[in-house]
Design a protein around this ligand. Structure first.
Ligand code: TRP
Length: 330
């Protein structure tokens, strides 16, 4: 069985894009693989969150993972800092990570631009920490978006370098896990690209959003003056609305508005009203579970303990073996 691992930085609530992009696929994947899902709270320190924010955000992501159907009895769901062996492996890997290659990483260059007063060493060595996350469970597959592919490539470099340096065949080369056709990209509501929390207010629908908030956001979504001729191609903002509708509404509903559009009879207000109600209906079970889980601190603590235990089983062993390979006394 393949070891599959995924990490997420706790930087706020999950949105519909996260749900259709990964979360929904994770719930299937967990039964077919040995899965590790962790919350990357060490990583989030690169931007200096307050202790309160850190805790809140970790809990929020965990709650939403569970609400979406990740099963702590099936997969290993843990908080990164509950596996401090990660930090030790990070230290070892950093001894063979070079300044030049780290400085060339695209995400580093971008971050250095957005936070010029806080270009800390953690930011520079972010790919080494990510490699430690992956290699600590000797993962085979990692579901990553385009923006993380370079990090995965570096993980392979670090793994191979370690194997070569110590003349072992210890770390497998992790590859990207591809969801293939199951991957549904959800655009945002601002008319431009994908749904994301950094794209500005109102662009993303969060899984925890209340119906009134969902209605407001959808009604404010960007549209245009309407088609000027029959069967006109749809401009981006309109295509986006249809794409969201395809994910949450019935095929009949989509076909109905598509016909209206093609006949130049579409009323975006009507379409948005329908879309908002369908999003509300679709997210209702998630919203209810998020509420229930958020109020159940005992259960959340139990899940964290269970994850910590399972992560330690696997990660503790790797670090013990790595210490031995490096030459520390057993
Ligand atoms: N860097 C990832 C992101 O920003 C999060 C992450 C940290 C991760 N460690 C990981 C993802 C290990 C996959 C595997 O999205």
């Amino acid at each position: 069985m393949d070891v599959v691992l995924s990490g997420i930085r706790p930087t706020g609530n999950l949105h519909l894009g996260n749900y259709f992009g990964a979360l929904r696929n994770f719930t299937k994947m967990q039964h077919e693989n040995n899965c590790y899902f962790f919350i990357a709270d060490y990583h989030s320190l690169t931007t200096h969150p307050t202790p309160e924010h850190l805790q809140e955000n970790v809990k929020q992501v965990l709650v939403e993972y569970l609400a979406a159907g990740l099963d702590p009895e099936v997969a290993t769901i843990y908080v990164q800092s509950d596996l401090p062996e990660t930090a030790e492996l990070y230290l070892f890997l950093n001894m063979n990570a070079y300044k030049g290659e780290l400085e060339r990483v695209t995400t580093f260059k971008e971050k250095a631009k957005t936070q010029p007063n806080n270009i800390n060493a953690g930011l520079l060595t972010y790919p080494t920490l990510m490699a430690a996350d992956i290699l600590i469970h000797r993962a085979h597959k990692v579901p990553v978006g385009k923006d993380q592919e370079q990090h995965l490539e570096m993980t392979r470099t670090f793994a191979n370098r370690f194997n070569r340096l110590y003349k072992v065949d210890y770390f497998p080369e992790p590859v990207a896990y591809n969801f293939g056709e199951d991957l549904i990209k959800i655009p945002g509501l601002d008319g431009s690209g994908k749904m994301g929390k950094s794209e500005g207010e109102g662009n993303a629908i969060f899984l925890a959003d209340e119906p009134a908030v969902i209605r407001k956001k959808v009604m404010r979504a960007v549209t245009d003056a309407g088609p000027q001729e029959m069967n006109a191609p749809k401009p981006d903002p309109i295509r986006n609305l249809f794409a969201i509708m395809e994910a949450v509404s019935s095929p009949d509903t989509v076909a109905y508005f598509d016909e209206k559009y093609n006949a130049c009879q579409i009323r975006y207000g009507d379409m948005k009203k329908q879309l908002a109600e369908d999003i509300i209906l679709f997210t209702e079970p998630l919203r209810e579970k998020i509420k229930a889980l958020s109020a159940d601190d005992n259960y959340i603590r139990k899940v964290m303990e269970m994850g910590k235990e399972k992560a330690h089983q696997s990660g503790g062993r790797t670090v013990r073996e790595v210490r031995e390979i490096i030459g520390f006394r057993p």
